[in-house]
Design a protein around this ligand. Sequence first.
Ligand code: SF4
Length: 368
Amino acid sequence: MDLDRHDFELDDLVAKIKENDHRLVALQVPEGLKMQALEMMDSIETDSAAKVVLAADPCYGACDLVHDKMKLMGVELVAHMGHSQMNIDSGMPTHFIPVTYDGDPELSPVLPLLTQHRAIAESRLASSSDLPESEEQAKEKFLDAVGRVAPLEGAKLGLVGSIQHLHLLPDYVKRLEKAGFDVEIPIGGERLTFPGQVLGCNYSGDDPSIGHYLFLGSGDFHPIGLVLHTGKPLAMLDPYTGEATEMSFERIERILRQRFGYIMQIADCKTFGILIGEKPGQMRRNLALRMKRMLESHGKKGYLLAMDHVGPDLIDFYPVDAFVNTACPRIAIDDAVKYAKPLVTPYELEVSLGEKKWEHGYQFDEIP
Ligand code: SF4
């Protein structure tokens, strides 16, 4: 990561610490910035009278805010870096430190992909009322990411990005419009702070007028979720490398085939561990309880297991047949192969029990 081109914006944090005369502050940084954390702690301690304690547990999102444990330690303020505020209350005063990257990649490498994707969106728009009719057709659709999308009302280009690149979006709208595209920056629900923002668990800005996407960011974490959620073609432009790629439907179909395999596998399972995330933005207690009641109504058993981190070593040994995960939705999707027993999402359990049908294709487990 080219740190010189990132802006960590610590000045506002230091001003807030001074204004409130805080003496003990917790710093929480994403995994990719842990190496730089000590330098940041030095800088905050030099510029203010506060001592800084690093919240050194893994942190993958604003869902994972430092909470009451740090209160017991006497921490007065949490400084959370690299993510934005969610619709959750951690019970601790929290200051979000924005991180922006100044990379500004050329649009030209991605234009051919966008042109192809627009053609796909336009042809879908023309036939978007064709919903599958029979159970067999519905199962086919389930495995066909290309065909699973809900009826479209437009073929616009949705422009999204990861948080450190969102400042680029308004300028990219102008550039894309100049290249002949009809562009929309989607505005999502309460879990998202900024227009065009996406999270691994929330793509609520999607709407039927958007037929395809451009993602400004690196890695495939957000693109996989967005295509699983929407079934729409997606191109990626990486501000760090300038490289343009696309999320292939083959890749998404492979994931869907794997999910389909798990749904089949759990059909005969009798006992389930139901995972409840303890992180403030992952805790879906009511959903977990609903899964337990649903399993019971089908003559099966569900055990509620609450945990902060979810990992194979922490759950594989329980004498249950399978697990249903209500914590971060991406654990089941991205890490399932690491677990000895099937690990499914609540929707997948509902499908397996016959409570949900296949008609509208795969339903991504979104946290609203
Ligand atoms: S994808 Fe998972 S880690 Fe990321 S914000 Fe959502 S719940 Fe948190």
